[in-house]
Design a protein around this ligand. Sequence first.
Ligand SMILES: Nc1ncnc2c1ncn2[C@@H]1O[C@H](COP(=O)(O)OP(=O)(O)O)[C@@H](O)[C@H]1O
Ligand SMILES: [Mg+2]
Length: 230
Amino acid sequence: MLKVTALNHSYGAVQALREVSLEAPAGAITCVMGRNGVGKTTLLRSLMGQLGTNRGEVRLGNNDISRAKAHLRAKLGLALVPQGREIFPKLTVEENLLVGLSARRDGSRRLPELVFSTFPILKDFRKRMGGDLSGGQQQQLAIARALVGDPQVLMLDEPTEGIQPNVIDLIGDVLQRLAAQGMAIILVEQYFEFIRRIGHRYVVMDRGRVVDQGLVASMDTAAVGKHLSV
Ligand SMILES: Nc1ncnc2c1ncn2[C@@H]1O[C@H](COP(=O)(O)OP(=O)(O)O)[C@@H](O)[C@H]1O
Ligand SMILES: [Mg+2]
């Protein structure tokens, strides 16, 4: 579904991505691991088209989207749940969700009932301000906002960061269900047990490079762990 070949990105003199190549197939949860500062967020923001054009190729299905702007990538079916959630605090839950509708290919202006059945708390709190929600509720809102755009590829940047275990379980169940329905999911995550529970494929990054990748089921935990511990 999504295929990345030799992607590079520099912030001035700091080269944050070096020849990154990976694939995120439909129906699979592809987990990107690595310590702080290795380039995980840069990778997702670059794939989303938020960092301008980079050297390298990004293909979504049969489309070369390497030069596409962020809004076009969203229309083509890419969605990002950003690190730190980036909920609009002064908008209601409903208004936050309406923002996500702009990505829809079918032009629908109605919020799909599915997001409320997936995250019932958002229905109860429809009229509350985004900024008044707890961290776990905001994370559900951030995921729901991405889902209302009906993406083909869902990217999440450390969604379990600072979230209590029952909400992590809910997020895990939702991601597994979406993958089973054919979505390609790219999950940036440092919570190893979560990856082992729901991940299909893994990619390990170190200092801007992909240093290992494979199937979670046959992952050499000790070898991967060396790239994660300090
Ligand atoms: N806006 C920026 N300007 C300059 N350097 C940045 C910027 N954002 C990130 N970096 C640097 O790029 C590298 C990768 O950062 P990031 O992608 O945020 O890593 P991760 O998400 O894996 O923690 C780090 O060295 C970081 O300091
Ligand atoms: Mg990050």
